[in-house]
Ligand binder design. Structure first.
Ligand code: NAD
Ligand code: UFG
Length: 341
């Protein structure tokens, strides 16, 4: 079946907005629903400017059936990419009920509506967090699901389980679970990028805020891990590569019924210090830092096995770490306050 109209939930957010651009580039027609709980409406005119295309946007909540039904009645949706969700690890510890309610309700409501409107294709944003504390790296898709260290991670594990159980009985539905590693970077135009509220929890937005002078220095959480330089290792993948991964997954969905799972990462581990040095090299900006205590819950090393995504999807990350640093920096320099004026 040909996929043309793609509902992108959370399409105004960081990964969703970049994916909307990739979809347009590949001839799809993305339609966005977002409640703007963690994003800005200002993203839309920028997406339209970059793509030279009018984009249909519904301000609505994926947990709300009526909001979805308006879209399904007005448009023939062929597939859904489900980004909408709350994603801050620390906040999820403080607000577990909100996280479970939003992340689980949105997925359950979508599945109910997909049955009602016979929409048979969905891609879901999962996370490498489902592997828990890795006993080895690289992590392959057949490695067991681990134990979550926070409510956010638990919502991803439960959502994956919901999709598995759904797929068991609805065998004609095509489901793709994408486990992202650490998305960084921004669209090379510098017009869209990651715009966290308040103090960034994640490493790259913290570095970019140091680079523009919004923060004095980076705090590195621990240099006594069992890694070559003592700092933690992650798999940092450019958000535009991730976006392309969704387009490739859509093509795969159209070919193969059932549930499939892919890691989306580069397959390359980079330590915190290596990322800082790559940033300095790529941008010429010095990043002052100090070493602090370990952050509770951090895993030592985590990176993807990429063979399955490469073989079955044709996915291979193209951007280097330096490209990602350059693009993150470019975005932040042009938009020191994110989407706020
Ligand atoms: P984001 O917060 O930038 O985007 C999520 C979007 O969903 C936001 O625009 C928000 O307003 C919207 N939203 C949230 N709840 C909604 C609801 N009930 N109805 C409608 N809209 C709603 O986050 P992101 O970084 O783009 O992440 C997208 C997805 O990828 C999330 O599911 C996240 O958990 C997952 N993920 C992200 C990362 C990461 O490091 N960024 C890593 C792994 C997985
Ligand atoms: N770090 C610092 N200083 C900071 C921020 C981070 O030293 O100010 C370090 C962390 O200790 C860690 C590394 O940088 O070693 C990466 O941290 P991030 O917070 O950027 O990313 P995580 O790997 O901890 O978390 C990410 C996503 C989560 C997801 C998790 C597992 O943000 O949503 O990967 O997939 F659950």
């Amino acid at each position: 079946m040909e996929i043309k109209n793609v509902l992108v939930t959370g399409g105004v957010g960081y990964i969703g907005s970049h994916t909307v651009l990739s979809l347009i580039e590949h001839g799809y027609n993305p339609i966005i629903i977002d409640n703007l709980s963690n994003s800005s409406e200002k993203v839309l005119p920028r997406l339209e400017k970059i793509s030279s295309k009018k984009i249909k946007f519904y301000k609505g909540d994926v947990c709300n059936k009526e909001d979805l039904e308006v879209i399904f009645k007005e448009n023939k949706i062929d597939a859904i990419i489900h980004f909408a969700g709350l994603k801050a690890v620390g906040e999820s510890v403080q607000k577990p009920v909100e996280y479970y309610r939003n992340n689980l309700d949105s997925t359950l409501t979508l599945l109910e509506e997909m049955l009602k409107y016979q929409i048979k294709n969905i891609i879901f944003s999962s996370s490498a967090t489902v592997y828990g504390i890795p006993s080895h790296v690289p992590l392959t898709e057949s490695d067991p699901i681990g134990k979550a260290t926070n409510p956010y991670g638990q919502t991803k594990i439960i959502q994956e389980g919901i999709f598995q159980d759904f797929s068991f009985v609805h065998k004609d539905y095509n489901i793709c679970l994408l486990r992202y590693f650490n998305p960084i970077g921004a669209h090379p135009s510098g017009m869209i990028g990651e715009a966290p509220n308040g103090i960034p929890n994640n490493l790259m937005p913290y570095i970019t805020q140091v680079a523009v002078g919004k923060r004095e220095k980076l705090h590195i959480f621990g240099n006594d891990y069992n890694t070559p330089d003592g700092t933690c290792i992650r798999d940092y993948v450019h958000v535009c590569d991730l976006a392309e991964g969704h387009v490739l997954s859509l093509k795969k969905l159209a070919q193969e019924p059932g549930l499939v799972i892919y890691n989306l990462g580069t397959g390359k581990g980079t330590s915190v210090l290596e990322l800082v040095h790559a940033y300095e090299k790529a941008t010429g900006v010095k990043i002052p830092y100090q070493i602090d205590a370990r952050r509770p819950g951090d895993v030592e090393a985590n990176y993807a096995a990429t063979t399955k995504a490469e073989k079955e999807l044709g996915f291979k990350a193209k951007f280097t770490i330096e490209d990602s640093c350059r693009d993150s920096n470019n975005w932040q320099q042009h938009n020191p306050n994110g989407y706020d004026d």
